[in-house]
Design a protein around this ligand. Structure first.
Ligand code: NAX
Length: 328
């Protein structure tokens, strides 16, 4: 039997946590022969509901779940973690400006970034889900600089999956027929789902879906505003699909990408495609199972370039709003 992987999850008593934890414990993320230890981190006020989550996880008797630690102490929670899935954050409340939200959540990610650098395993990889996830990740990475910058990620895989579903529905095919969907930029209403490089059954999307008006307007908006549409219909924000996005994100980092395909994740820009180095930006990526790289050389039309510039500009504005949270 392999040694357990230690997976720290913040916001573990929240709704994404509720959908995500059984997926990790059952082997959907790290495989059917990989034991896992869950290190669940919450704020003190949520330790009681977290106790209930732990009871339910125990009641599942998952064969791969070797141990559960539930804590509000960051040092304890991140101790020895091989993966840190940062889901917890404070939701935006009525009357709150984006700057206020960035400031409140930004502070959370200062201490979490530092605690990861201090306590986690030397191979730790971090996925930030809590919004605004790109900028939260930027703050955590810059406050946890002992962890190399290529280990920090923010989730845009849910946006990729949403885009695939929209394209598949329009083309009348199953979503598995859709590949090469790059999400560029920020996980926000400015994100750009790149239909120009996407494929359906191996053919360019633009040769299968010839309704350019739809692609350039309705499609992009439907992906950008999908989170709001879910809230309107369900009265709650996406949780099951978000948890599935986390599963897909981790798997697409640790498993080799299918030949010719790519996935999307936000990571520390190295200057590719002219995007300022150091910004946590969503790119098309490929993995060989141990190393992740940004896919180079995708053709970008002026339309795509304009959309990418807009979303990257928003990331720069967010960085400016939290500049006092980023050490020089
Ligand atoms: P919930 O409000 O259900 O749960 C959040 C949990 O985080 C709560 O239990 C809360 O106690 C905990 N928490 C707050 N501050 C914490 C801290 N400092 N340390 C540890 N835990 C803390 O939200 P949920 O629906 O689970 O969503 C979690 C986050 O994911 C939100 O920020 C949400 O906006 C974000 N999302 C990100 C997505 C993405 O694609 N990147 C999509 C889904 C989701 O909207």
């Amino acid at each position: 039997m392999k040694a357990p992987i230690k997976v720290a999850v913040t916001g573990a008593a929240g709704q994404i946590g509720y959908s995500l934890l059984p997926r990790i414990a059952s082997g959907s993320v790290f495989g059917p022969d990989q034991p896992v230890e869950l290190r669940l981190i919450e704020i003190p006020n949520a330790l009681k509901p977290l106790e209930g989550v732990v009871m339910e996880l125990n009641d599942c008797s998952f064969p791969l779940l070797s141990n559960i630690v539930a804590t509000a102490d960051l040092d304890e929670g991140f101790s020895g973690a091989n993966w840190a899935l940062l889901v917890g954050s404070v939701p935006r409340k009525a009357g709150m400006e984006r700057k206020d939200l960035l400031g409140i959540n930004g502070k959370i990610f200062i201490s979490q970034g530092a605690a990861i650098a201090k306590n986690a395993a030397s191979d730790v990889r971090v996925v930030v889900v809590g919004n605004p996830c790109n900028t939260n990740c930027l703050i955590a990475m810059n406050n946890g600089r002992d962890v190399p910058s290529d280990r920090w990620f923010a989730m845009t895989r849910l946006d990729e999956n949403r885009a695939k579903s929209q394209l598949a529905t329009k083309a009348g095919v199953h979503s598995t027929a859709v590949s090469n969907v790059a999400i560029w930029g920020n996980h926000s209403s400015t994100l750009y789902p790149d239909f120009e490089n996407a494929k359906i059954n191996g053919k360019p999307v633009t040769s299968v879906i010839t309704d350019t008006q739809w692609l350039e307007n309705d499609f992009i908006k439907s992906v950008q505003l999908r989170g709001a549409a879910i809230i309107e219909a369900r009265g709650l924000s996406s949780a099951k699909s978000a948890a599935h996005g986390v599963v897909d994100t981790v798997r697409s980092i640790i498993e080799p990408t299918a030949a010719g395909d790519f996935h999307s994740v936000a990571l520390c820009s190295d200057g590719s495609y002219g995007i300022e180095a150091g910004l946590i930006t969503s790119f098309p990526v490929r993995s060989n199972g141990s190393k992740l790289e940004i896919v180079q050389g995708l053709p970008l039309s002026d339309f795509s370039k304009g959309k990418i510039e807009a979303t990257v500009n928003e990331l720069k504005q967010e960085r400016e709003m939290v500049k006092e949270l980023i050490p020089a």
